[in-house]
Design a protein around this ligand. Sequence first.
Ligand code: AP5
Ligand code: MG
Length: 214
Amino acid sequence: MKIIMLGAPGAGKGTQAKMIADKYGVPHISTGDIFRANIKNGTELGMEAKKYMDQGLLVPDELTVKILLDRVAQEDCKNGYVLDGFPRTIPQAEVLDQALEELGDKIDFAIDVDVPDENIVKRMSGRRACLACGATFHTEHVPPKQEGICDRCGKELVLRDDDKPETVLNRLKVYHDQTQPLIEFYGGKGVLRTVDGTKSMQEVFDSIVAVLGA
Ligand code: AP5
Ligand code: MG
């Protein structure tokens, strides 16, 4: 099963992608997480990506596409995957489509987690992320057992550099300009399914399971 998560920054793509990965036993692949891991480890790729991410801009397609295609070619992706944060532009979607077509394969579902802009800024300021294992918490909705510490791996939780309100507004603008057109793109292929992302995490997940099948 090959799934793409669509939705604005903070819509809950990562939250739902992790739940899908656990239930269906496919890897969760987040280009944002891959970039953040590279930044944390001080790699050349990380340094380059950080320049764009800190401003709320997209990392150029040339850098992003190669990383993603390398990742999905790995052994654990043979039976499918859930992509979170990729594709984010029409050219990225076209490259992915073409790479799959060459393997006689295709995307099964593109799930749009729909949340209006008004809800987003509030969600982001409460998010706390673990840069070590990728887990995500929320000061109100999903508080960690011990403040500032990751339940999963015990490392420190941080407010992401790009979650400051002014950067979030920029990311929203970039989303509407460059990523939202993908909704029509996948709609035209008959694989788009939209779920109401303003509901509770479990309710959102239930609607996704209704799409994917139990
Ligand atoms: P990325 O890491 O993908 O960030 P994003 O798309 O902006 O999305 P977020 O991770 O911020 O939000 P999310 O939808 O995963 O929400 P979450 O589940 O955490 O990308 C970061 C940057 O990397 C980009 O800006 C770009 O620069 C670069 N990049 C990445 N991929 C790229 C690509 N393909 N091309 C070019 N550049 C790329 O939830 C948010 C919060 O809300 C959490 O605290 C969560 O606990 C809470 N929450 C979730 N669901 C609910 C709910 N139902 N009710 C209440 N609270 C909820
Ligand atoms: Mg995310």
